[in-house]
Design a binder for this molecule. Structure first.
Ligand SMILES: [Zn+2]
Length: 189
């Protein structure tokens, strides 16, 4: 079990982990957002939309598309090649959320969405990512590179060198697979 990301970055981690393929379980349906209602309860629970705000099928498609783009950005944090399309997708989402710099009476400031509903909620999630990038913790939030996993996890290690969610499970899986691959290649020669 991995220790979750500190707040508020945990919001991004939890959002990405509303779906992952988990190597510790056989159940392969681990989508947490099947319906607009499921998306709505997830967002209402985190006070990202009001209980009276409607969530439609198109919002669900949009949320999942943004979630998967964020997953690809987090893969890059773990060392994967930058993904231009994923960057475009989150840029479009930032525009849709109408993220704007707001100052508050407590002496702070931050990006806040002007858009309401799911567009605004996704905007808030992206604003959290922005703040983490500015503050330096973003690069610790990674996605496990093991293709049967892809879970988001926070790298608490001192030198930020952690690659897999679990060395025992995913690290070994990746190693066994590349070992077999090498054997196949040798056999083919
Ligand atoms: Zn993993």
């Amino acid at each position: 079990m991995t220790t979750p990301a500190p707040q508020p970055l945990r919001l991004v981690e939890e959002f990405v982990n509303t779906h992952h393929v988990h190597p510790h379980r056989d159940d392969d349906d681990l989508e947490g957002l099947h319906t607009p209602d499921e998306l709505k309860s997830w967002l209402v629970e985190r006070e990202l939309v009001g209980a009276d705000e409607p969530v439609h099928a198109a919002d669900l498609t949009y949320a999942i598309e943004t979630r998967e783009a964020l997953r690809r950005l987090l893969l890059t944090n773990g060392g994967a090649q930058p993904d231009e399309q994923a960057v475009e997708t989150v840029n479009r989402a930032a525009t849709r959320g109408q993220l704007t710099l707001r100052f508050d009476v407590d002496g702070g400031s931050g990006l806040k969405p002007i858009a309401r509903g799911v567009d605004g909620a996704i905007g808030t999630i992206l604003a959290v990512a922005f703040a983490a990038m500015a503050e330096g913790s973003w690069s610790r939030l990674k996605v496990c590179p093991e293709e049967t996993c892809r879970v988001a996890f926070f790298d608490h290690s001192k030198n930020r060198s952690r690659r897999w969610c679990s060395m025992e499970v995913c690290g070994n899986r990746t190693k066994v697979r590349s070992y077999r691959q090498r054997q196949l290649e040798t056999a083919a020669e």
